[in-house]
Design a binder for this molecule. Structure first.
Ligand SMILES: Cc1ncc(COP(=O)(O)O)c(C=O)c1O
Length: 400
């Protein structure tokens, strides 16, 4: 029991993961555990292993690990690559930095294209780099789909196009940990070889599961890849998953939740989920601009549907501001990471979110700006309301 006084009403969890978990998912997980080698589990296993494919738009295999997204990163690299292999990465933000650090630790040779952390990965720069690789020595191109630290999304279709244009055989790997079920992702159509994701973001689940969609080409690469792996070996998973089972004890309660999350997303419709994220993201950016503050993503082409990173005016600390928003209005905003620490805060519009929750969050931000004495113009929430009301008129007009 805490001695803190009760805070009435609901906490506004506006960080870009973990995101709020819908009641239906909480209820689905609130069951007795079951025999993970028995027939009831087999039905559940088969259902979630098939259902998760729809979210990646793949007919291929999706592996589910009881791990956070970082585990799936490690699996992606260690199953497909060998010590000393060259990989091309783009430093779009803090998560790209961490994935590169992992590549270094695993003994890979990462070549990094730098950015100013205000755009996604630029396909043209990747093309220039690949063209120089006459010997075709680069084994994988690794890009973060939705860079959660900067609020920038990479256009994976464009990255695919430059791999094709340069006729480069490298595997295409992407981290869609905060992109899945928020930003369109077409694993098969864009011929992505490895896509990793996590449960605690667009999937609206608690943390604890990661997902890895893998192409036949990635599976073929895994046959000769020499990096060491054991727990994260795809081979063991694939051998068991065919029958709906797992090589070790699966996170059964989370899989009940996953079953429900897939149902919820499919009953809304995946394309509607993307449209909702885009609408709420645009409403958020509209508010930020009306306040006279700057959105970190500097090119609309890369705007993230999941999270908006807001730059703090000079002389004002973003973390003091977030602390004030939490204490005054019971709202958690995302912190600035790495070189954005203290300089930026993040407003998530990811997962189980709607117009009024986003407007509530924006209201909290606008009030906190005032309380903190951060210079801004009034009217951001009003501008977001007008944008949302206008978008609501479009379907209403169609129905008339
Ligand atoms: C884009 C991205 N990649 C990787 C990670 C790391 O994932 P996890 O914390 O689930 O291990 C995160 C977490 O926020 C993320 O947003």
């Amino acid at each position: 029991m805490s001695n803190e006084p009760r805070r009435p009403g609901r906490h506004f969890l506006q960080i870009p993961g973990p995101t709020p978990v819908p009641e239906q998912i909480l209820a689905a997980m609130n069951r007795q555990v079951l025999d993970h080698r028995g027939p009831d589990f087999q039905k559940l296993g088969k259902r979630v292993l098939a259902g998760i494919k729809t979210l990646f738009k793949t007919q291929g295999h999706v592996i589910i690990y009881p791990s956070s997204g970082t585990g799936a990163w490690e699996a992606a690299l260690s199953n497909t690559l060998s010590p000393g292999d060259r990989v091309l990465m783009v430093e779009t933000g803090q998560f790209a930095v961490l994935w590169k650090q992992m590549a270094d630790r695993l003994g890979l040779r990462a070549e990094v294209i730098q950015t100013d952390w205000r755009i996604g990965a630029d396909a043209e720069e990747i093309e220039v780099h690949l063209k120089k690789d006459k010997a075709r020595a680069i084994k994988a191109v690794c890009v973060v789909h939705n860079e959660t630290s900067t609020g920038c999304r990479t256009r994976l279709d464009e990255v695919r196009r430059v791999l094709d244009a340069t006729d480069h055989p490298a595997l295409l790997m992407t981290d869609s940990i905060s992109g899945l079920a928020a930003a369109d992702l077409r694993h098969d159509e864009w011929r992505i070889d490895v896509t990793v994701a996590g449960s605690q973001k667009g999937l609206m689940m608690p943390p604890g599961l990661s997902f890895t969609a893998i192409s036949d080409k990635a599976i073929a690469a895994s046959k000769s890849a020499e990096l060491k792996r054991s727990y994260f070996s795809w081979e063991d998973m694939l051998a068991f998953n065919g029958d709906g089972y797992f090589p070790y004890t699966p996170a059964t309660s989370l899989l009940y939740g996953l079953d429900e999350a897939i149902n919820l997303i499919n009953s809304e419709g995946l394309e509607n989920v993307f449209a909702r994220h885009n609408r709420l993201a645009e409403a958020t950016r509209t508010a930020v601009r009306a306040w006279g503050l700057e959105v970190n993503c500097r090119d609309a082409k890369y705007d993230s549907p999941a999270v908006t990173t807001v730059l703090m005016p000079e002389g004002h600390n973003a973390d003091s501001f977030r602390k004030l928003a939490l204490e005054s209005f019971n709202m958690s905003l995302g912190t600035g990471l790495n070189k954005l620490a203290g300089k930026a805060f993040r407003i998530a519009h990811l997962g189980d979110t709607n117009e009024l929750t986003v407007l509530g969050a924006l209201t909290g931000v606008e009030m906190a700006l005032e309380v903190a004495g951060v210079p801004h113009k009034k009217g951001g929430v009003q501008a977001a309301m007008s944008y949302i009301a206008d978008s609501a008129k479009i379907p209403a007009a169609k129905a008339a």
